[in-house]
Design a protein around this ligand. Structure first.
Ligand code: KIV
Ligand code: ZN
Length: 514
């Protein structure tokens, strides 16, 4: 916490902040992200396992399926409180009550823009409606969380009048939504401070990312005394999204020293689950959960990392359930390559090492990508060591049968030829399943995770990454191919090959694996 003394001087920070996750409501409002009820339940269970305090499970009035999903989540008996969204309308509140939730999030817009163009109501009418609907919900014994939609574009004195009124009606907490993401951190601090001078119930902030400020604005809210933060996994949500839970929590924990109930080591797996179920891909450069967040290629950085990870990593990747990755390419330096070769038992030889590095840079310069397996293969050639034969996809045939895809593959893995058949909803999944079935004939393999970045530009290959587990040991394989189905099969073969050949290497040569 480099800024600890500065923060202590500037602000009175809380010891703990409560996390209100709206992945299943605002997150699901991301265009194209609708989840099936069974997937909503999976996400709710994962959020509860993660340690989220309040899960906004949905908006029961929008559809029968949504109502049922919210009700099922409310009745799961998970550790988190379950909340439902409701407009300041009796029918919305009734639907939420019937869904049996612990919290109801009642909202009404308060900005003149929304009053004039959307609600067609006067300020007095909104004030009265807000009071009546909070009072109505409270009479039914639920916890009421009140949001003044578009709060950051609402005239502050009117906003405070609304907040005082809903506190009188019995609201348990108040939320300040930055609905179109136009707040500045300094404005958010001002609004939270003002709110805390006007009401005595906990205050939360709900920030959108239209200007890329959602996390900063949420943290500014905490600096001014907000006790609750609304956020979503991977920052998904309307338009540019909401404050990302993983970034907000990581900053609270590591930069501010503020506790939450979140189990940091589960952040990555939860993020991957949401990515898979919503189909919204995490950008490679996304903080904490992006592919590159703990990857290093440049020689200078890899050298530093090998000396001490602190040089170029603010936090150990393991804190978030992640691993460090050294990437090879034209920016690679001698230290990264040396460290990999040492791990695989290659003796130290400056000249040979230089030749391996030159070859890596040559491939990198021509736009190619170099996997760990490629580096080992280059080293085998240069060191004149008997190659353990790299893994390959010898054949892959994918066909569509009715609504399913079937894949038949032939792989070479650790000098063995294996065949597999797999089916799936698409060609990539069928290929993945066929490759997993193929490698199961030589080892007890469990698929842990997979990811595909398809490239359709005809220039860059598609990239697949597969994590498998064999006898408690995890291995990550990467496959590069213009065809994503082949790339994923290659990644499976590579992951298994790496584990099996490193075992073989110890047996064959008697050299120590570092
Ligand atoms: O962004 C927003 O204003 C909302 C409200 C429903 C709180 O999501
Ligand atoms: Zn929102």
């Amino acid at each position: 916490m480099a800024w600890k003394s500065f923060l202590e001087k500037e602000y009175t920070l809380p010891e703990r902040v409560y996390i209100f996750d709206t992945t299943l409501r605002d997150g699901e409002q991301t265009p194209g992200a609708a989840l099936r009820p069974e997937d909503k339940i999976k996400v709710a269970e994962a959020l509860s396992e993660l340690g989220v305090d309040i899960i906004e499970a949905g908006f029961p009035l929008v559809s029968k399926g949504e109502f049922n999903a919210v009700k099922t989540i409310a009745n799961l008996g998970i550790g988190s409180k379950v909340c439902a969204l409701a407009r300041a309308e009796k029918m919305d509140i009734d639907a939420a009550l019937q869904a049996n939730v612990d919290w109801i999030h009642v909202f009404i817009a308060t900005s003149d823009i929304h009053l004039r163009y959307k609600l067609k109501m006067t300020r007095e009418q909104v004030l009265e409606r807000a009071y009546n609907m909070v009072d109505y919900a409270k009479q039914h014994g639920v916890t009421v969380h009140f949001s003044a939609e578009d709060a950051t574009r609402t005239e502050p004195s009117y906003l405070m009048q609304v907040f005082r009124e809903v506190e009188k009606a019995g609201a348990d907490s108040i939320d300040i939504p930055d609905t179109v993401g136009t707040a500045l951190p300094t404005a958010m601090r001002y609004l939270v401070k003002l709110t805390k001078e006007n009401v005595h119930i906990p205050v939360s902030v709900h920030c959108h990312d239209d200007f890329g400020l959602a996390v900063s604005n949420s943290l500014a809210g905490v600096e001014a005394g907000a006790e609750i933060i609304h956020c979503t996994i991977n920052g998904i949500g309307e338009r540019a999204g909401n404050a990302s839970l993983e970034e907000t929590v990581a900053a609270l924990h590591f930069l501010y020293g503020i506790k939450t109930n979140i189990k940091l080591e589960k952040l990555y797996s939860t993020s991957r689950l949401v990515e898979k179920l919503t189909g919204i891909t995490i950008p490679k450069n996304k903080a904490i959960v992006g592919d590159n967040a703990f990857s290093h290629e440049s020689g200078i950085h890899v050298h530093g990392i090998l000396g001490s990870p602190e040089t170029y990593e603010p936090v150990m990747p393991e804190s978030f359930g992640r691993r460090r990755r050294i990437i090879f390419g034209k920016h690679s330096g001698v230290h990264g390559v040396e460290s990999l070769l040492k791990e695989y038992g290659f003796s130290h030889d400056r000249e040979k090492l230089r030749k391996v590095l030159d070859r890596i840079k040559e491939i990198g310069d021509s736009g190619g990508k170099v996997s760990e397996e490629d580096v080992l293969e280059i080293a085998n050639q240069i060191y004149g060591r008997q190659s353990l034969n790299r893994s390959t996809v010898r054949k892959l045939h994918v066909s569509k049968i009715n609504r399913e895809y079937e894949a038949l593959c032939e792989l070479v893995v650790a000098q063995e030829l294996v065949n597999g058949r797999g089916v799936g909803d698409n060609a990539i999944l069928a290929s993945l399943n066929s490759a997993i079935n193929a490698v199961r004939s030589i080892s007890d393999v469990r698929l842990v995770d997979y990811k595909i970045h398809s490239s359709f530009d005809g220039i860059h290959p598609s990239e697949a990454e597969v994590v498998i587990e064999i006898k408690g040991e995890e291995s990550t394989g990467r496959g590069l191919n213009k065809d994503p189905a082949t790339a994923v099969a290659a990644a499976v073969a590579s992951a298994v090959h790496q584990i099996l050949t490193s075992e073989k290497f110890v047996k064959v040569s008697g050299e120590r694996k570092w």
